[in-house]
Design a protein around this ligand. Sequence first.
Ligand code: FES
Ligand code: FES
Length: 176
Amino acid sequence: MTEQGTTHVIEVTINGRLYSRTVEARQLLVHFLRDTLDLTGTHIGCDTGSCGACSIILNGKLVKSCMMLAPQADGAVIETVEGLAQDGELNPLQESFSRNHGLQCGYCTPGMLMSAKALLMADPHPTDEAIRLALAGNLCRCTGYTTIVAAVRAASEQPAESSSTPPALGSGERAV
Ligand code: FES
Ligand code: FES
């Protein structure tokens, strides 16, 4: 990370692509994703760490991106909801949410999906109790949680791609 007064130059790998940008020291990571990189799949519901709409996976761990500053993500490997579908094919979790009515308005869905993905990376076959615990930091104001839990359970009963990570950055990949 290079400091330039109140700004920093950071490099972040997101969904397998390397980005290099100058950011304000006070910019939240969620605003960096949405406003600087136009990755608007990550939502903002509260900006206070309460709703989980902004959940992403950072260096393999579930993180609420409204609770981190962008400069703190320098050098990180991040997965956002945009990285779930591959080659136009929905991730099994996304398919399962659709098939099991795990969403209505969809506002909470990106965060739910990333929390569910983090769970399945750590525990490919979780109990319903473990699913509910993993989603405890994600609020949904319209669907209700029963179908969301059912969607995660159904995805966990499929082959392991649901917990796959995006392709690693190739050695020749350049920052954009
Ligand atoms: S916007 Fe981050 S937890 Fe609500
Ligand atoms: S589907 Fe509307 S907030 Fe969850």
